[in-house]
Design a protein around this ligand. Structure first.
Ligand SMILES: Nc1ncnc2c1ncn2[C@@H]1O[C@H](COP(=O)(O)OP(=O)(O)O)[C@@H](O)[C@H]1O
Ligand SMILES: [Mg+2]
Length: 177
């Protein structure tokens, strides 16, 4: 898929979320591959917005892990007072059942060790968690075997003076959805 702007990236994110099947055992983990400035953070920001996160989603490069609560869709029956989550399992925005979004940036990590001390096991052990991780290459061994992959790359095109810089076209390749 090709995106020519951040707006088009939103369309790709929407489609991704629609097709995404939540993992039944642990967290649903998505690895975002791509060079600096390709739009890994932008993609996660768009996903957060689509899932109803009102807070500003900044790059977690320095804090490594950020956690966001995902509200139930406005007007959903499940949100009405008195409804029992047990009788009526909450159906979250976009049909997803995720309660928390995690945004992780492994850019500064040399290996998986530091991640383990940051509560990685609890994060990936919970099926209510949707986890987006930038630079998954850096923590290869910690990535669950079953995870989704989004590969983003700059798409230079003839006559595009800005190709290769932060503005321009991006190619999105989605694997294991
Ligand atoms: N088609 C596009 N899709 C996503 N981002 C784009 C696109 N075109 C330009 N951009 C810009 O590229 C930049 C990507 O930065 P960022 O998301 O921080 O990258 P990364 O996290 O991969 O380092 C943003 O400034 C964004 O506005
Ligand atoms: Mg980033």
């Amino acid at each position: 898929m090709i995106s020519r702007s951040s707006k088009e990236t939103e369309k790709i994110a929407k489609e991704f979320l629609t097709k995404l099947k939540p993992n039944r055992i642990g967290a649903t983990v998505v690895g975002l591959f791509g060079e600096l400035g390709t739009g890994k953070t932008t993609f996660t920001q768009v996903v957060a917005k689509l899932l109803g996160v009102k807070r500003k989603v900044n790059s977690p490069t320095y804090v490594i892990i950020k956690k966001y609560f995902l509200p139930l869709p406005r007007g959903s029956a499940q949100r009405a007072r008195g409804s029992s989550p047990h009788l009526n399992p909450p159906l979250r925005r976009g049909g997803q059942k995720f309660k928390f979004l995690f945004h992780i940036d492994a850019y500064r990590l040399k290996n998986e060790k530091e991640l383990l001390s940051l509560g990685w096991d609890e994060i990936i052990g919970n099926k209510e968690h949707l986890v987006f991780i930038e630079w998954p290459e850096n923590i290869k061994k910690a990535m669950p075997k079953k995870h989704h992959q989004i590969h983003i790359s700059h798409l230079p095109r003839r006559g595009d003076v800005k190709a290769g810089t932060k503005e321009g076209h991006r190619k999105f390749k989605i694997k294991n959805i």
